[in-house]
Write a new protein. Structure first.
Length: 241
């Protein structure tokens, strides 16, 4: 029988837990693409072999204004607990906008494994360059650009009279409403259309700045501007030619 079974859980020290779990060889790992993972089932099974009184809890999922989300998990062994967080991410480890319930659940279980590793179990997997978490806290220009594309996608529109029309997450959502409000032939544009375009010009500029020039939405936004070229003003305050 493992000595930890015989010891009162309240007498366990953090050092004893780490020394016990950090030497466990977790051979049951999975590979997805270039990354090595340990499933939550394997992690929990191994933890139960040494500390069957361990407990975990998922705290409230945090949602951000840009449509992304972050999950939180707490693992308790004896009187020691560790809190860990993890963004809801896709297979490229980029934040997901408006995640589904399955994506949130997957993130929770990944967070559980990460939290257990903070106690020592399978920690070496996270220090391996083939781990999806390797270097996650280090500067990464590519990752920063990916995240910037996610963050700058919250838009608001108002009527010509200043009535709030709500928040639109993503250029697709924004363009759908702009098309409904402004998508008429140039000959059919009225003063009402122009007023709506004018009061929402900053939002349209923000969307253009956020979208890559190769993105189809960039083309759609510029096509829209073309219909209202007589009132379109650039960032430096000049009329667009």
């Amino acid at each position: 029988m493992n000595i930890m079974y015989e010891k009162c859980k309240d007498d366990l020290t953090r050092t004893e837990i780490w020394k016990t779990l950090s030497v466990v060889e977790c051979t049951q790992t999975d590979k997805k693409g270039n990354f090595t993972y340990m499933s939550w089932g394997v992690a929990w099974l191994e933890l139960m072999k040494y500390f069957p009184f361990a407990e975990y809890e998922f705290l409230q999922t945090q949602y951000y204004d840009n449509g992304t989300a972050e999950v939180h998990c707490k693992v308790t062994i004896g009187k020691h607990e560790i809190l860990m967080h993890l963004p809801v991410m896709d297979f490229n480890n980029a934040s997901i906008k408006n995640p589904t319930s399955r994506q949130i659940n997957d993130a929770k279980m990944r967070c559980l494994v990460k939290c257990i590793a903070m106690f020592g179990l399978g920690h070496y997997i996270f220090t391996n360059q083939k781990s999806p978490y390797y270097g996650e806290d280090l500067p990464d220009e590519v990752k920063d650009q990916q995240e910037k594309a996610v963050v700058n996608t919250k838009y608001s529109l108002v009527t010509a009279e200043g009535e709030d029309l709500g928040i639109y997450v993503g250029e697709d959502d924004l363009l759908r409403t702009l098309k409904e409000r402004l998508g008429v032939k140039k000959a059919d544009i009225t003063d009402q259309h122009k007023d709506f375009f004018r009061v929402n010009m900053d939002t349209i500029k923000q969307a253009i700045d956020n979208v890559d020039q190769q993105d189809p939405n960039h083309v759609k936004l510029n096509r829209l501007i073309g219909f209202y070229s007589d009132i379109w003003v650039t960032r430096d305050g000049q009329k667009e030619s």
